[in-house]
Design a protein around this ligand. Structure first.
Ligand code: BES
Ligand code: ZN
Ligand code: ZN
Length: 510
């Protein structure tokens, strides 16, 4: 490994933006003008460039657009980046997240070491976003936009700053307090998301089930409220985790079940236990039912659900909500070899249910079913699993949303609410009896592939059979785990799910 991921720090300060020394000062602009009086004053001191930019049609404050101007010593910062916030009355946390991400992305591209952000000062009672939420969204956006994955590029450190110090600015002292509170939370979730992106981006020759388990242990060792235990092949065999073992048996890199436990201080026997389960196939070749070669390299991202759980556990353990959380990450490599599981095999899973294998490429459900059943034995009454499970889900809802299925309406609503807050979009799909029927085998309890239709729904219906007795929801993130990036983002993993799961858990712990 050649160099480290960029180190981002976020502060909040009450200051006169024009007097703040920064390599780049990001100033928010709505379609109807500067975001606040302080932003208007920066524009005025610079001689009113916003008017010229609008006349030329170069910048009109539209969301996801920006314009750079050089300050020629008129203010303390060397450059000002006007960042579009869209219509003022449509502001939400996503507006601020995206604007901050855009500013941080450009700052890193220009090797800026310091970034000031004057993006939002909630004004009046009708402010659409609270200051605390704004501080969180801006801090998360900074972390997201500053992220690069270049640890294997020799000259990378020369092409970008190695450290970015970002300061969220406001003109009022009382505003600064609330912004700061939110920014402290956002800095934690942002760092966890960047950590997850790096883990997901690392290739399958680097991240194997064993090295992923070692990373989880390293993480737990660095946070007092987090514990990690790992079931190795011998223990998986002793516990009869037939699903995880079957998928892993064809690879030279044996499977693991990683268990991360977060216990808040003062937790009693009554404190609820929530299970977060994430699919970590470190490489999905399809196994004996081999995938086509084109695009197969993207199957290093088939561990993204497990990584989302890892990242969320990191954020949760730092934020300390009052709820017990167990993160379960079944990890295996799906490879073809003389030792692989085959189509036609009948696998006895941890739950005792038998599964007829019809396609070795439908491996995610085989490792998840063991982890879900195991989560119940560890006392989880609520279980949420996350997985890059089916291509069918991408066909159904596109690459910008994840599918959401489950057996409990209120759990579905809670996840939807968290999703609205973080902007990681979900779409509710069915997985009821009709789909369970499609998963019944003539020679075993279940089979691992349904019929031609509703592949995301039949996959979820399969999992539902192992979640019985618990409140359970399933997030199929196949599309967003692999193809989430656009030209404004670093290529590779977007760390989908880290903030979503963290927000969901924080809401439970309130
Ligand atoms: N990991 C894949 C799903 C996937 C596909 C993720 C595309 C990201 C992008 C999963 O293990 C898989 O191969 N699923 C099969 C299931 C089928 C054999 C029933 C699929 O979707 O084709
Ligand atoms: Zn597969
Ligand atoms: Zn897979």
């Amino acid at each position: 490994m050649k160099n480290r991921i960029i180190d981002v720090s976020v502060n909040t300060r009450r200051a006169d933006a024009a007097a703040v020394k920064a390599d780049l000062l990001a100033v928010g602009v709505f379609e109807d003008g500067p975001c606040c009086a302080a932003a208007a004053s920066v524009n005025k001191t610079l001689g009113g460039p916003l008017k010229r930019l609008k006349q030329l049609g170069d910048f009109e404050g539209k969301a996801q657009t920006s314009a750079m101007v050089y300050t020629d010593g008129k203010i303390a910062a060397s450059r000002v980046l006007f960042v579009g916030l869209g219509p003022r009355d449509k502001t939400d946390v996503q507006t601020l997240f995206k604007a901050a991400a855009l500013a941080a992305h450009q700052a890193v591209d220009r090797k800026a070491k310091t970034l000031g952000l004057l993006l939002y000062c909630a004004q009046g009672k009708a402010a659409p976003v609270s200051l605390e939420q704004a501080g969180q969204a801006i801090a998360e956006g900074i972390g997201f936009g500053a992220y690069r994955y270049d640890e294997y590029i020799e000259q990378a450190a020369k092409k970008r700053a190695s450290k970015l110090t970002a300061t969220i600015l406001t003109a009022e002292a009382k505003t600064a307090v609330a912004l700061k509170k939110g920014a402290a939370i956002g800095a934690i979730t942002a760092a966890a998301q960047s950590y997850a992106r790096t883990m997901a981006n690392r290739p399958a020759n680097v991240i194997t089930p064993a090295t992923l388990a070692a990373e989880a242990k390293k993480l737990a060792a660095s946070i007092p409220s987090l514990r990690c235990s790992v079931l190795e092949q011998k223990q998986l065999s002793a516990k009869k985790m037939g699903g995880i073992l079957a998928v892993g048996q064809g690879s030279a890199n044996p499977p693991r079940l990683i268990v991360l436990e977060y216990k808040p201080a003062g937790a009693s026997a009554k404190t609820p236990v929530i299970g977060l389960v994430g699919k970590a196939i470190t490489f999905d070749s399809g196994g004996i039912s081999l995938k086509p070669g084109q695009g197969m390299e993207d199957m290093k991202f088939d561990k993204s659900g497990g990584i989302a759980v890892l990242g969320a556990m990191r954020a949760i353990a730092h934020l300390e909500p009052h709820v017990n959380v167990i993160g379960l990450i079944p990890a295996a490599e799906n490879m073809p070899s003389g030792a692989s599981y085959r189509p036609g095999d009948i696998v006895t899973t941890y739950s005792g249910k038998t599964v007829e294998i019809q396609n070795t490429d439908a491996e995610g459900r085989m490792i998840l079913c063991d982890a879900i059943a195991y989560a119940k034995t560890l006392g989880c009454r609520t279980i949420v699993d996350m997985a890059t499970l089916t291509g069918a889900c991408v066909v159904a809802v596109g690459a910008k949303r994840a599918g959401l299925m489950g057996n409990d309406e209120s759990l579905i609503e809670q996840l939807k609410a968290a999703s609205v807050k973080t902007g990681e979009r979900l779409w509710h799909l069915p997985c009821d009896d009709e789909f369970v029927e499609a998963m019944k085998s003539k020679i075993a309890d279940l089979k691992n592939v349904g019929g031609k239709w509703g592949g995301a729904c039949t996959a979820a219906a399969f999992l539902s059979q192992f979640a019985q007795g618990a409140k359970w929801a399933h997030i199929d993130m196949a599309g967003v785990g692999v193809w989430g990036a656009d030209e404004k983002q670093a290529p590779g993993s977007i760390g989908f799910g880290v903030r979503l799961l963290t927000e969901f858990i924080r809401a439970q712990g309130k």
